[in-house]
Design a protein around this ligand. Structure first.
Ligand code: PLP
Length: 427
């Protein structure tokens, strides 16, 4: 519920800021982007900044001339801004890279050099494979990986189970901030306490978390947090925030003549992607202004507003899906637990393969996805590996109640064959 004095979420203003949303709507008013966990649309300011980059300074950055200096300065500025966005202590805690998979792979390869035979790593059954394979690979140095499993079908990880898995040989706990299949959010601050009590390092895959919740690595005591630009309304680029203390201990994977500089930032970076990121942060700050949020703790309040709006989407989506006969919803379905879920829903429909459902929704302008979405262990854990996985509907803050209503009607009338009542504003 909205607090007195707070402005309603400016959804119309938001949608006007996303050219792809406007273009798709003009072309086909029934179309909806509902595969945002696969890749979100970009605001106009991201496009503008990228264009500006190509027009003004698309050169090698370390040169003794104006354009090169502009690129170097822009590079330093975006590192500062990302440090603020991710709650890092300083800009040199930010590492840029190709994407989250590559960054996690480089990070674990480097960390693996300071592990020893007999050391243990814990990851979870909720992970995208990007946060599993790199750790399993450390078997080559004798490190064993153990899996933390959720207890019930809602996919909530119980901290007591983590305590049971931790030992005096645990060196790393690698956990997702939010499941890209179930939308379940991990209580990272609590996990951090337990992990640090055992002297282990906490690595968070924040790819699905970052578009929905505030990241604050210092406040939440996260040692390393990885996320992706294209899930965060920007370009194909990856970000890793790593505490100075841990970064200092990591061996460099870079050229010998660079010493300890850019340990994990290999080669010339994606400057156009950074320019787009600048535009995304500009958009977020504009959204804060439009929502009446003061500048001093902009990201905290802004993500509270985004999460509150998205919660209303989750309520409408999950309660609506629950009412359609034959539809099964995985993840948290009790509204009391909705603070710990994103508006991402994994469903199956009795008698239909997920691939068929996704195709039929796609034919009616509803862009959803299906399968395991590179998180096959979640699907195995749900027992759906042999039946084609799930249909995933993943929403974000530019989606609307009207789009959800349309989705529910199409599922009910065209797929399960029953009609539904309106769920706009359902709670
Ligand atoms: C939770 C999660 N982690 C990691 C990844 C991999 O991200 P990237 O494509 O940037 O490597 C994804 C991509 O879907 C994801 O959803």
């Amino acid at each position: 519920m909205r607090e007195a004095g707070q402005r309603p979420f400016p959804i119309e203003w938001v949608r006007r800021r996303f050219p792809a949303v406007r273009i798709a709507e003009n072309r086909d008013p029934s179309f909806a982007f509902m595969d945002n966990a696969g890749g979100a649309q970009a605001p106009d300011s991201a496009l503008d900044q990228m264009r500006r980059y190509f027009c003004e300074r698309h050169v090698y950055h370390a040169g003794p001339y104006d354009q090169a200096r502009m690129t170097e300065e822009a590079f330093a500025a975006i590192r500062r801004r990302m440090a603020h966005f991710m709650g890092a202590s300083s800009p040199d805690e930010i590492v840029f890279g190709l994407n989250a998979t590559t960054l996690l792979s480089l990070f674990s390869a480097s960390l693996g050099q300071i592990l020893e035979a007999g050391d243990e790593i814990i990851t979870t059954c909720l992970e995208h494979e990007a946060n599993v394979t790199p750790w399993l690979r450390l078997k080559s140095v004798g490190a064993a990986t153990r899996f933390w499993k959720p207890r019930g079908p809602d996919g909530v990880l119980d901290i007591e189970d983590l305590r049971q898995l931790l030992s005096d040989r645990t060196r790393v706990v690698a956990v997702t901030g939010a499941s890209n299949i179930l939308g379940t959010v991990t209580d990272i601050a609590r996990v951090a306490e337990v992990v640090h009590d055992h002297g282990a390092v906490l690595v968070v895959d924040g790819v699905h978390y970052a578009p929905h919740r505030r990241i604050n690595i210092r406040r939440d005591s996260i040692d390393a947090f990885v996320c992706s630009g294209y899930k965060l309304f920007g370009a194909h680029i990856g970000f890793l925030a790593c505490s100075r203390d841990l970064l200092d201990r990591l061996p460099s994977l870079n050229h010998y003549f660079l010493g300890d500089k850019a340990k994990l930032e290999l080669g010339v970076q994606n400057f156009e992607g950074m320019a787009a990121t600048e535009g995304v942060l500009q958009y977020l700050s504009d959204l804060a202004g439009e929502s009446g949020i003061a500048a001093d703790d902009l990201y905290d309040q802004l993500f509270e507003a985004i999460a509150a709006y998205e919660r209303t989407l989750s309520e409408q989506l999950i309660s609506g899906l629950n009412e359609v006969e034959g539809v099964h919803v995985y993840g948290i379905t009790d509204p009391k637990g909705f603070d710990m879920r994103t508006p991402t829903a994994a469903i199956t429909v009795e008698g239909h393969r997920p691939e068929e459902i996704a195709r039929r929704l796609g034919e009616r302008g509803l862009g959803v996805n299906h399968g395991h979405m590179y998180a096959p262990r979640v699907i195995e854990w749900l027992g759906l590996a042999d039946s084609g996985g799930v249909v995933r509907v993943s929403l974000c803050h530019y989606n609307t109640p009207a789009e959800i209503e349309r989705l529910l009607a199409v599922i009910a009338e065209n797929i399960t064959g029953v009609s539904v009542t309106s769920h706009v504003g359902a709670s």
